[in-house]
Design a protein. Sequence first.
Lengths: 418, 215
Amino acid sequence: MHYLRLIARNLFLSILLLTVISAGNSLMAQDGKALFQSNCASCHNPIKVVTGPALKGVTDRVPDSKLLHAWIKNNAAVLATGNKYFTDLYNQYNKTSMNLFPNLSDAEIDAILKYVNSYQAPTAENGGGGATATQTESDNSLLYGILTIILAVIMLTLLQVNSNLRKLSDDKEGIPAAEPIPFYRNKSYITLVILLLFVVGGYYLVQGAIGLGRTKNYQPEQPIFYSHKVHAGINQISCLYCHGGAWESKHAAVPSLNVCMNCHAAINEYSGKEKLYREDGEEVDGTQEIQKLYSYTGYDPKSGKYTQPGKPIQWIKIHNLPDHVFFSHAQHIRAGKVQCQTCHGPIQEMNEVKQFAELSMGWCINCHRTTKVDFPDSTGNNGNKFYSIYEKFHKDIKAGDSITVEKIGGTECQKCHY
Amino acid sequence: MKKIFIISLLAVAVTVVISCSDIKRKPGRVYMPDMAYSRAYETYSVTEQDREELEKKGIHYSNIPVPGTIKRGELFPFALAKDKDGDSTNYVASKQIHNPLPALDSVHAVEAERLFLVNCGICHGSKLDGNGPLYKGGEGPFPAKPAQLVGDAKYESMPEGQMFYSITYGKNKMGSYASQLDSRQRWMVIQYIKSKQSAGKASAAGSDSTATAKK
């Protein structure tokens, strides 16, 4: 009996000790940042107005810490007492009521407040790594051009020297000098020049004629400096988030402004580490560009409401296909499983979009000729099930491994012209 | 005289080469503009002024559909309207609305996951932990922490109808996704979230039981 009591007492003591230690641990482990992020961050930011007010300096605005603690734990009770400051605040934020936090202890609230008040905005590093990379891209063609001109000048001088020397030696030996012919009447000179003109002129004429109507590298200035690099590259937003039409229809679709505002109702400044530059090297203020978006949507970032009527942005269309060509995005990305970058280039690295592909008929046909069809394998799981109909053809043509898009009608005229 | 001529020719050549910028701000010329650029009014090519002129002629192009329009194959419309500021009647009422779709089969489950990753994962995280690339634990550009859909009791116990209300009309700093996801897709995404939540609970329970077993 005595023995049992001893065990019970030891057990009780050890449990007590354990709870004290663990409680002490949890008190010490009070990380204001973690508490803030798990409880408050979905509606509050230390320095930005989100759903609720910015919290930095809240202890100065509400000096009575008892009141502040009471508000954080149960704001409904404080509102019921008719406190003027909090009632005004409640009305100012569209009567959106704050969640109740009865489980937060005073020590935890203090840790959160300490974190919020000591919060510093992450400073943008002026590394400019991207800028130097773009500017160091050297172009050698100018160097080669200058070298060619210098060599040509040297050649002409040497020819002149040569003929002068010959004239001198002829004079010395008493050979009568032939009637000097000026170079512009010299037949071999004239033939050479005509040939050169023909080749060079012909080359540029043909290139120019082929290039008519092709807008490769077209890179217009858009009404807003929208950087695909920042959105799709750095922030990893899926292409289909904005261009969802590419999955559903012929058009990739330019998103309506409410899609921009899904994020930009909250993100009202550009805080990226990398500076933004236009193609000609002019620096762009990202925050200013977001303000332009607000002016189009009629959004007032201060009050978080739409105060003006919105108007659409007239983006400049870059990729243009004539009416006699049918092209469907859905067909290519869903059935063909073509990546966006195959035709649009490294779009996630472009600050300003430019046309990457030629969009000429030859360009289309070449891809259709060489792209192999991804048939389902023997299990029928992998591969592209869209083409399971064609599996029969696959088996019919025993050669098997060289079935191109062309073979299954990819270059039929009516695929594009109808 | 000849020297001056040669030097000036060189100078002209060099300036021509230098001043050729390779930034192409104009699309360039075309053979037949009326063939290259559509004469028909294509999507997005109608400006506000054009639209006004067309409307004078009685042509209504790219207008917002008449209220109450239901597209073919669409589910029956959501009965609740959006709450006014400071009101939460319909938000609360939405708890009673049930998901009209049957349980996800394997094909639809893949599609639902794709829809979630494209539209929601950017904030709520591909693991549904509320830590997508736009938030990155407070490092990203989005100032508010997105909802932690798996592991937060509030969202695990949230009825599907209320989730549907939030996706349709937006909630706090989340915008409305009604223009990006049709109602069927929204219900599918909710089914995906719910399946992940129950999977999360199961794995948590599983790890607990193994932990106790070890003891």
